[in-house]
Design a protein around this ligand. Sequence first.
Ligand SMILES: [Zn+2]
Length: 421
Amino acid sequence: MLLLRGGLVVDPSIGFEGEADVLIGDGTARIVSQPPEGVATRDVSGCWIVPGLVDLRAHLREPGEEPKEDLASGLAAAAAGGFTTVCAMPGTRPVNDNPAVTEALLGRAATLRGARLLPFGCITEGMRGETLTEMAGLRAAGAVGVTDDHRPIDDTGLLRRALEYAHTFGLLLMQHCEDRGLSRGAQVHEGAVACRLGLAGAPREAEEAAVARDLRVAALTGAPLHIAHVSSGGTVALLADAKARGVAVTADVTPHHLSFTDEAVRGFDTNAKVLPPLREAQDREALRAGLQDGTLDCVATDHAPHTPLDKRRAFDAAAPGVVGLELAVPSLLALVREGTLSRQRWVEASAMAPARLVGLTPGLASGDVAVIDPDFEWTVSEQTLRSKSHNTPLLGRRVRGAARLTFVGGEAVFDREESGP
Ligand SMILES: [Zn+2]
């Protein structure tokens, strides 16, 4: 048992926000007014004690691309980022389109110290967009959702059946929305920056057209749909409209789309090359407003580790994606400090909403707890990141905010005091 003393507790599951002592262990955590005698104590004054963060979308690269990341480094990086649960995307090598891969992932994760792993399976066999996977088997093996990862389901009839099938088995269907005809050849967002750099761009409409279609299909089926990594302000408006009509849609936004605009790719910085691309200031403002008002339900990192070999290339040959597991907290807390995001919405969007979407019951009582130091300053570097990869435009920058302690089911899986900054 460990007593956390002097922290600010924010636990929406019991409607509590205030300074309190928290006793953690035996698979749970609870507020105590009379701490028991003789229990180990940690002073966490100045820190926030919150339900563990949940990442709906991370690429952990195992099996097949372990030089970029593996389950050990990915789950450790997640725990260091305050995450107690990470959903692994199925676009590995081989892809996770059958129960054997799902079971192997869960078996390996069970031996590792770090965040809890919840795998997503594929929507279609081989992520080829043709034949639906055996979702019942994926579910039985422990998958919590399905997605074809960075590949949208282009075939509208197939998407309809996939939504119905996933719903039947209680799997969250997550879709990367992109009209691949409109985005063909694109390297960045289509706008003034793309023009100046002479790079092909994808217009907002490449996302919005796909989102509009998917919302119609979701409404047709009545099945829940989750839209990944919203990048365009127009998508926020489409979501608000669909939600007002009662469509069962949820959506997430990444820390990098909330933080950067396409100005970050000036100078051809391949660390700012992401999919969907970083867009303009008006989009970033709309994403921030949508996250604050709940149109965007949650934050997901879309953690996409790449080696220097994948990134130190000509812009059009560089792999898209950034690491995010350890940068979500400082990126989001910057918005909280600015006043564009309330602390309550940060907790709701980073912990509560994503947990519920994958069938967890969030709250301190689950024993999944993060102790966040909002004032901890650190430099993002190859030395400080636990991830095997360091592809982020924040590399070398000073940031503020980090997890100090992370608990999964009442067990400490990360302690900054023992592992250093
Ligand atoms: Zn994607």
